[in-house]
Design a protein around this ligand. Structure first.
Ligand code: GLN
Length: 500
């Protein structure tokens, strides 16, 4: 197996033992990028020179630790090449949100999550493609290019963090960060055979992450297995004085929580997940995953989330309302593309926004502005917030009966490129299992649980707020039972004759 196809924890062991260098790992990743990026299109910006410098610095750091016999300053992420979704600000490096609007936006500061990864000595490979401003489920809404699924290049990688997921699945990064407002880490992870987690709202700082919907947004890891997910989550979690919504709740050692078994834990299966749009093959795989957890010692019970059928409507109202307000600052004056030859300020703003926002972003801004307008506020926005409260009540009731819930991540496997472009509502409906998690703020993780027609399928585990440890423990147990975490996307084989 090539270095770029290995996991963070495998590479961290090799690095600590002095068997490989970060430079070799980073070169292996760039050889893979040379070999497959043209077909996959995972990146908006690739940072080869910067990454190789960071790899050298990491190698020096590890060599120094070895000389002193003190590895306390070395993290499992030291020297590991990672990718960042292009809505996460990077100082001096273009951060586009895959929009014409921010095509030339170079942030003057790093997001807190970037500072933390760099502080640990991680290597940043590049910025990944996404649906414009994180609005979408296929990465087809990028203003630049589409990204393809490394398991089948005719299919989408999911979205909106599709570039991050495709990069990891193709070995173009060892792990990646995405953002998840309504499923954008978990759904692409599921489509690309990876582990993706949306942490509890407030677990991870949002400072320096371009806001879509502030009450729903959260940064999360996309990784090849549960252990890597735990490593990345621990690295980015914890209090940040620059984000008032970020919790001071202490960060547990997530990796050590993987050791314990799941005996005595109760897993709830929400009765509502068997709705009619669910692919029967996916239902069978998720039922099978629940049985595997039972065999591993958990008790499986049925629970109910009676208001979950309203989650998508509430999600699209709340998220679009917040987006319309968050994106108001992008007006061609303070930020973003500026139209030329406008005769006054009104025209400048109107034309800048009309020319540089894509159709999906405009649709959401209009929907959100309408929902917030004084005439319609009560009917739409307020009602959506009330529904949200009812769903939180459902969730609290369900967690009286179980420690975690299991359901699909997505009702289908990855669909074909161009298959659903003109029907936004059909695409919105696919967020049925993921949006409920953001509306209630709790954490959830998508774990591969099998394949259908050769395409990966993820099971979603939903946990109690700030109980990511239990969630990862159950996810780890499922991963072991499914025994598929070492399967790699076939794109890696395309690259077989190149490099090491
Ligand atoms: N598909 C959802 C949407 O389009 C999720 C987006 C996200 O999580 N960023 O809004």
């Amino acid at each position: 197996m090539k270095l770029c196809d290995m996991t963070i924890h495998e590479l961290a062991e090799l690095l600590e033992a002095g068997e490989v260098s970060s430079k070799e790992i980073t070169e292996s990743v760039f050889e893979r990028i040379d070999g497959v990026e043209e077909s996959v299109g995972a990146y908006v910006t690739v940072l080869s020179d910067e990454a190789l410098e960071q790899a050298d610095a990491a190698d020096e750091r590890i060599a120094h630790a070895r000389k002193c016999g003190d590895f306390s300053g070395i993290s499992p992420l030291t020297g590991i090449p990672l990718a960042l979704k292009d809505n996460i600000c990077t100082k001096g490096i273009r951060t586009t949100c895959s929009s014409r609007m921010l095509e030339d936006f170079v942030p003057p500061y790093d997001a807190t999550v970037v500072e933390r990864l760099q502080g640990l000595g991680a290597v940043i490979v590049g910025k990944t493609n996404m649906d414009e401003f994180a609005m979408g489920s296929s990465t087809e809404n990028s203003a630049f290019h589409i990204t393809r699924n490394p398991w089948d290049l005719q299919r989408v990688p999911g979205g909106s963090s599709g570039g991050s997921a495709a990069a990891v699945a193709a070995g173009e990064a060892i792990g990646a960060l995405g953002t998840d407002t309504g499923g954008s880490v978990r759904q692409p992870a599921s489509f690309c055979g990876l582990v993706g987690m949306k942490p509890t709202h407030g677990r991870v700082s949002r400072y320096g992450v371009v806001a879509f919907s502030s009450s729903l947004d959260q940064v999360g890891p996309i990784a090849k297995d549960v252990r890597d997910c735990a490593i990345m989550l621990a690295a980015i979690s914890g209090r940040d004085t620059r984000d008032a919504s970020c919790s001071p709740e202490p960060v547990p050692d997530y990796s050590s929580s993987l050791k314990a078994n799941i005996e005595g834990l109760t897993v709830g299966v929400p009765a509502e997940f068997r709705h009619s749009g669910l692919d029967s093959g996916i239902k069978e795989l998720v039922d099978g995953a629940a049985r595997m957890l039972e065999e591993a010692g958990a008790r499986v019970v049925e629970v109910s989330l009676p208001h979950s059928e309203h989650a998508i409507a509430a999600y699209y109202l709340v998220s679009s309302a917040e987006a319309s307000s968050n994106l108001a600052r992008i007006d061609g004056i303070r930020y973003g593309y500026r139209a030329v030859d406008a005769s006054d300020v009104q025209e400048l703003i109107r034309r800048s926004r009309s020319e540089a926002f894509g159709p999906e972003v405009k649709r959401r801004i209009m929907l959100g502005t309408h929902a917030l307008s004084s005439k319609h506020y009560e009917e739409y926005y307020l009602k959506a917030q009330k529904v949200r409260t009812l769903i939180i009540g459902d969730m609290n009731e369900a967690f009286k009966k179980c420690d975690c819930m299991i359901c699909p991540t997505s009702p289908t496997v990855a669909f074909k490129v161009g298959e659903k472009p003109n029907d936004p509502v059909a695409v919105y409906l696919m967020d049925i299992y993921t949006t409920i998690v953001n509306l209630t703020g709790v954490p959830a993780v998508s774990v591969p649980c099998g394949a259908l027609d050769g395409m990966p399928v993820g099971a979603q585990l939903i946990g109690r707020a700030f109980d990511e440890g239990t969630l990862l423990k159950i996810a780890h147990s499922l991963e072991k039972a499914c025994a598929i975490s070492d399967r790699r996307a076939p794109i890696a084989a395309m690259d077989g004759r190149r490099g090491k």
